[in-house]
Ligand binder design. Structure first.
Ligand SMILES: [Zn+2]
Length: 138
């Protein structure tokens, strides 16, 4: 991925973050998932009074994409931080989201964690969930 494409994906994640529904944690996360065909699916975290029913921004994006028929993905950008504050740190995907990515993505799938379009880090799926359990193990 070139720098211009990364910045576009980060911008989409930052805009998705504005839609986060976070009345409990007040921690807003946005994600933008790039399919191999160029389509982008945005997601935000959506919380619930029954806390366990919450869903992360990354899985929101994946569920939107997969339910539209997408199956092949190139990258995801993730940006998160406290509500009404500028982003302080990198919001890495949680364990459940890493497992979810393993279901649909190759080991070289790119995860971009961003504080802004100028400040981000890129990782492969293999890096963030090494020795993961996937369909290959069945
Ligand atoms: Zn998650």
């Amino acid at each position: 991925m070139d720098e211009r494409d990364i910045k576009k994906l980060v911008e989409a994640a930052l805009s998705a973050r504005e839609k986060a529904y976070v009345p409990y944690s007040h921690f807003q996360v946005g994600a933008a998932l790039l399919a191999k065909n160029g389509n982008v699916y945005k997601g935000c975290n959506v919380e619930n009074a029954s806390y366990g029913a919450a869903i992360c921004a990354e899985r929101t994006a994946f569920v939107k994409a997969v339910s539209e028929g997408e199956r092949e993905f190139a990258a995801i950008a993730v940006a998160g931080g406290r509500e009404n504050e500028s982003i302080q740190g990198y919001a890495y995907p949680c364990g459940i989201c890493r497992q979810f990515m393993l279901e649909f993505c190759d080991r070289d799938f790119t995860i971009i964690v961003a504080r802004s379009t100028e400040d981000y880090k890129c990782h492969s799926l293999e890096e963030i969930i090494p020795m993961g359990f996937s369909a290959d193990n069945l």
